[in-house]
Design a protein around this ligand. Sequence first.
Ligand code: SF4
Length: 320
Amino acid sequence: MNLPILRAEHVKTWFPVRGLAGRPAGTVRAVDDVSLTLRQGETYGLVGETGCGKSTLGRTLIRLLEPTDGRIFLNDTEITSLTQRQLRPLRSKMQMIFQDPYSSLDGRMHVGDILTETLAIQGRASRRERMERSLRMLSEVGLPAEHFYRYPHELSGGQRQRVGIARALLSEPELIVCDEPVSALDVSVRSQIIRLLLELQRERSLTYLFISHDMSVVRYMADRVGVMYLGALVEEASVDELFDHAAHPYTRVLLSAVPTPDPRTRRQRIVLEGELPSPLSPPGGCPFHTRCAHATERCRTERPELKEIAPGHIASCHII
Ligand code: SF4
């Protein structure tokens, strides 16, 4: 088993909410006590509905957001309370690829400036070397050299995402948080970007935290999968174990919506009632009890702990 590259222990990311006249009106518990480990060279798929906290968790793990509580280790270094200055040498090891490549690229800069600026910020290489390395990187992500002088609005969605990937790779990261990197792209382009990400991972031994609400993409990309509901991890397993033996009722709902080509293996669609409750006032007991078809009285009052139900497979539910 590969060594851990990133370890999170009981991480919380809470946001204070202010009401009228700026008075405190509560706390959004976007990430609420999550522990997980990412291993070198793996793709860890993080899934759940929009608003479940997966993007906030991804950003917190690489300190783009400040954790409210808990501890985060990159390799053996605890990064939780490092100042931004102390964090700077580690920044290049942790990068992010965003969902919307258009808004994440500065529209006033051409591609070449976007890429060379990344190296300049890191104080790397001479002007000439920065240009050469950026051109090489463009070619690695499958873009011809003439794109160096193009502006983001002159590129297609897939080309813009390739620039986003090139920018992330320029600092030679070990870990990349991919936040829904293909969900804003046309279906025809998605598989090209997925193949590119897998190819680059193989060549560079990258570790991905792959955030997605698309279970089919996660099945294709991930080695292990974590399922989040209302800021908490409710199930985690290897991708095959999760798809073949999902235990948590919420995971089974997510999987029931995944289309399968073979009608004999098609699952019966489970329709989830109601909306995701607000993380401002999460339900007591099991956070899923307001929508769970199997909820009992115990579920309304007692929060289930994550427990190991098979080697490497954990889930939090009273009836498992
Ligand atoms: Fe459903 Fe109860 Fe399990 Fe929560 S603990 S998922 S409410 S059965």
